[in-house]
Design a protein around this ligand. Structure first.
Ligand code: ARG
Length: 574
């Protein structure tokens, strides 16, 4: 448990012994270090509650505090400023060197399903999918680090117009395949298609269909066949999804995104029937379609009814999300389901959630939440585009970053090693850039800035880690022990580490990784300051040297855990 939480619990008990009841006492991290490292502000609210003088209450509290604090003083109307006692601080830091849990607060375990990734089969991943993957994966890892039981589901977009597009393109290029022969009587073989072909088919067909209404009609027809499960189209599409899914997985692997479930729209089809049974009493017909009203009395904007079944009887995106909710609830009984999907889908999710609660597809106490995110923009402030105006594919972005980093890298004799380091740096660069802004804001992807080895960047963080690691490797520690504090910078580092629990709790409750990114930068900067001030390797006082190295271990281990939450891997050298 963190020092902050431990102390807050202690304070609640202390207050209760002194005759004051409060549910919640906050130990604030002070921004005025000259006054104290922490502040206890409950005297004012207690004074109101008990009709007493706040300074008097503050004095009573101060008189009864145990020895965990030094430099205790009361300021203004009753602010209690304190600093942590040095021995207490040393004890906490020593316990934390090899035990991250000493610095954080675990939650009561809940089952959570996170829906993130959301790549579309047979189409290239674009940068929006990267945001979902990065944020979703990290929120998952954060929730796990805090003690929850979490399942990540990629929820592939593996039904939709792209099925008709790709199959119509195959038909155009290979009209003699048995699938397109109406007189064919044999069994249909597995469709042979390569990832390289798939990469061309969708864009080609999409461009052609735009120009040619007849072609578009064919696409529509085939899409409908696939949606209805009509053969051989349905099986052809499943074969295409398999090939495409393997390619998608490679990209997610590169980004260190690991999904427990590879479900999607296609696999949800089997749950549509039982789902519609649950929804039936709440649906009505409107212009041939089946819809559910989802308005609430206090709505400030109009929320249209959710279409569940189209007027031609076909299922749509929403039907599949509802069926997916049905399957998640029946199979896993989660306490919460989070959707890490582009903010532009927020109205849609509001409709789906309301329909789910209204029809009792989910229990009242199951929490459904959409955690949307802002857009990644180019330097012009508009959604990132390629030079010729197309949507920027994720692979293109990753290559651009890797190229830029290559220019800045040292010379390496070993190409394989160099490439491995570059890949880790590339991932760190895009992730740190993508996770640093608060989740909901749009941000500008500035490749040169993000690839820099200085400032708030992935390369800066990794460079610092490699530096710490190399010092640790060069010197052996006799005894892992932080014996004393020899400089203000060391103390600043330790106090920073005490704040970590706050940072993680805030990140979790606001579902943003920005605080963790900021914390990593602050901690790395403090380390680099210390490194500039101190000759670690040549220190002759053994106690000092051991202490320095032990502190480095503490910093390294903590950052390693935090980088793991961000799904960033650390290279051995750079
Ligand atoms: N495939 C969708 C898209 O590209 C995202 C899926 C999000 N998840 C969901 N359950 N609807 O927009």
């Amino acid at each position: 448990m963190s020092f902050i939480k431990e102390t807050e619990e202690y304070l609640i008990n202390l207050l209760s012994r002194l005759g004051y009841e409060l549910d919640n006492v906050v130990l604030e991290c002070s921004s005025r270090r000259d006054l104290g490292e922490f502040q206890i502000n409950c005297a004012m609210s207690l004074a109101k509650k008990y009709g007493k003088n706040p300074r008097e209450i503050a004095q009573t509290i101060v008189d009864n505090l145990d020895d965990r604090f030094d430099n205790v003083n009361i300021a203004g109307p009753g602010f209690i400023n304190v600093s942590i006692n040095k021995n207490k601080l040393l004890e906490k830091m020593n316990n934390s060197i090899n035990n991250f849990d000493e610095l954080i607060d675990k939650q009561e375990k809940k089952k959570i399903i996170i829906d993130y990734g959301g790549a579309n089969a047979a189409k290239a991943l674009h940068v929006g999918h990267m945001r979902s993957a990065n944020i979703g994966e990290s929120l998952k890892r954060l929730a796990i680090a805090l003690g929850n039981d979490v399942i990540g589901d990629v929820h592939l977009g593996d039904l939709g117009r792209q099925s008709g597009m790709v199959i119509s393109e195959i038909k155009k290029r290979k009209p003699n395949l048995c699938y397109f022969d109406p007189n064919y009587k044999g069994e249909y073989p597995k469709l042979e298609v390569t990832p390289e072909e798939l990469a061309i088919y969708y864009p080609t067909a999409s461009a052609a269909a735009k120009e040619d209404p007849e072609r578009m009609e064919e696409v529509r027809q085939i899409t409908a066949y696939v949606d209805e499960g009509k053969e051989p189209y349905f099986s052809m599409w499943k074969d295409i999804v398999e090939v495409s899914g393997n390619e998608i997985k490679k990209v997610y692997d590169y980004l260190n995104c690991n999904f427990e479930l590879w479900e999607g729209e296609l696999s949800s089809l089997q749950y549509i029937e039982p789902t519609l049974k649950v929804l039936e009493p709440y649906m009505y017909e409107s212009e041939g379609a089946k819809v559910i009203d989802v308005v609430k009395e206090d709505d400030k904007v109009e929320i249209p009814p959710l279409i569940v079944i189209k007027n031609d009887g076909a299922s749509i995106y929403a039907t599949r999300d509802l069926a997916t909710i049905y399957s998640r609830v029946t199979k896993y009984d989660p306490k919460e389901i989070w959707y890490v999907v582009d903010s532009r889908q927020s109205l849609y999710f509001e409709q789906v959630f309301r329909a789910s609660y209204k029809s009792k597809l989910v229990k009242e106490d199951c929490v459904l939440n959409h955690y949307g995110f802002g857009t990644m923009n180019g330097k012009d402030g508009k959604p990132f585009k390629t030079r010729d105006g197309g949507v920027l594919e994720l692979n293109t972005l990753l290559n651009l970053v890797k190229e830029e980093l290559t220019k800045r890298m040292n010379k390496y004799d070993n190409d394989e090693e160099k490439n491995e380091i570059l890949d880790k740096l590339t991932v760190a660069t895009v992730k740190y850039a993508d996770l640093s802004p608060s989740r909901t804001t749009d941000y500008i992807f500035d490749i040169e800035k993000f690839c820099s080895f200085e400032g708030k960047t992935g390369p800066y963080i990794l460079y610092t880690m490699v530096r710490i690691n190399s010092i640790l490797n060069k010197s052996n520690i006799d005894r892992v022990e932080i014996k004393d504090i020899y400089s203000d910078t060391e103390r600043d580092i330790y106090i920073k580490l005490l704040e970590l629990s706050r940072i993680l709790n805030k990140s979790y409750s606001e579902k943003t990784l920005s605080y963790i990114c900021e914390f990593l930068f602050d901690l790395c900067s403090l380390f680099n300051k210390f490194y500039g001030e101190t000759n670690i390797i040549n220190e002759t006082d053994e106690d000092k040297k051991n202490t320095y190295l032990s502190m480095l271990k503490l910093i390294y281990n903590t950052c390693e855990k935090l980088l793991d939450i961000l799904a960033i891997k650390i290279p051995n050298k750079m």
